[in-house]
Ligand binder design. Structure first.
Ligand code: SF4
Length: 375
């Protein structure tokens, strides 16, 4: 089983907090799609098992026309064996008009991941989002009515956000009944408008205690509403766990296409150039624009710990022992004992996981189990 991720590197506007790779030069979209089709042809060697999930991420994939989506999927099926269960398209609410949703029905896309972020008009303006609250509500309702599998994103820990405001956001989302909800904590990334505003002291980050309280509030309200909290930022109603994203957490093979996309095949990791013009030029010349590295024993171990411990399943104790790098065994076994003694990790039959009350601090806990390369 393998997944394909396709990065669509265009957005209509730059969001205040975003450091993903994208360009607002939409006039390059046709040349990009052409280059992407060429990249697919050149990547035949990467996957030799059936592709079960395709994920259009970005950027703003809902800027693609249905015809462009069909052409991309057709190209994939001419190169790889497709046995697809889930094809997700990330979408901005303003793109999900009735006519666009109808067009999407002519494609094999069966899941929409809708970037709502907030139902507060003023927040959307601060974020420089391209849509209104009303467009988000209509987008979710229409997509559900048509029969798409619908996921929607919200962001908490916004500057000066009260628990009360966050509770209202969650309640509004729960009332709309999407199949899946992602709730992300706002993070401060360099080279963003948000970072600049914080540096200039125009705005203040929410502190960690407040952010953690909002993380727990999301857990409480979404769990009470019947959503299963299966990964730090992700909640699913019955049968709607994100299949593609889960493959990252299970370290399955995936091929990333498009500028800045990453790929992983169990032995190597590779990443495409993060520049649209250079990406298009390289493929025009018949060259794949990526760098790669072989995964060492330490990389594979760290990857396993980092991805698995972010989920409710945790790590398999036997597998963890098998992957422990020889030179780090003594230290890591001691660290594991200390973490379980401190109850930051819990042992249950054959697995080890971070209990929910410590999920917010998962990154700190996981980093204590990392091995560092000895040169
Ligand atoms: S639409 Fe998404 S990718 Fe584009 S700038 Fe906003 S957050 Fe970033």
């Amino acid at each position: 089983m393998a997944g394909v991720y396709i990065h669509i590197p265009f957005c209509r506007k730059a969001c205040t907090y975003c450091d993903f790779h994208f360009s607002t030069q939409l006039q390059n979209k046709n040349a990009f799609v052409e280059a992407l089709l060429h990249e697919i042809e050149l990547q035949t060697h990467y996957i030799n098992e059936p592709v079960t999930t395709i994920y259009f991420g970005g950027g703003t994939p809902s800027l693609l026309t249905a015809a462009e989506i069909n052409t991309i999927i057709e190209k994939l099926s001419s190169v790889f064996k497709l046995d697809v269960k889930e094809i997700t398209l990330e979408a901005n609410p303003d793109n999900l008009t009735t006519s666009y949703l109808k067009e999407l029905q002519t494609t094999a896309v069966n899941r929409l991941s809708i970037g709502v972020q907030s139902f507060e008009e003023q927040r959307l303006q601060w974020m420089n989002r391209s849509h209104t609250t009303q467009q988000s509500v209509v987008a979710i309702e229409s997509a559900l009515q048509i029969g798409f599998n619908v996921s929607a994103d919200l962001i908490f820990a916004l500057p000066e956000m009260s628990n009360d405001e966050w509770q209202k956001q969650l309640q509004k989302m729960i009332g709309l009944k999407p199949h899946h909800v992602s709730a992300y904590s706002l993070t401060l990334e360099e080279r963003t408008v948000y970072h600049h505003q914080v540096a200039k002291k125009k705005i203040k980050e929410l502190n960690d205690v407040q952010s953690e309280a909002q993380f727990m509030l999301a857990h409480q309200l979404l769990s009470e509403a019947g959503y299963h909290h299966y990964e730090i930022s992700n909640y699913a109603s019955d049968g709607h766990v994100a299949v593609h994203n889960s493959s990252y957490w299970k370290a399955e093979i995936y091929l990333g296409l498009g500028p800045s996309a990453h790929s992983f095949n169990g032995k190597t990791r590779q990443w495409n150039i993060r520049n649209n013009t250079a990406y298009i030029k390289s493929l025009h010349e018949g060259k794949l624009p990526f760098e790669s590295e072989m995964l060492t024993e330490v990389d594979s171990y760290n990857e396993y710990v980092m991805t698995r411990l972010r989920t409710d399943k945790g790590i398999d104790e036997k597998q963890w022992h098998k992957l422990l790098p020889e030179n780090h065994k003594v230290n890591l076994l001691a660290e594991m004992n200390e973490l379980t003694g401190q109850k930051f990790l819990v042992r249950d039959a054959s697995r080890i996981f971070i209990p929910l009350q410590h999920w917010y601090k998962a990154d700190q806990i996981i980093s204590r189990l990392f091995a560092t390369e000895i040169s």
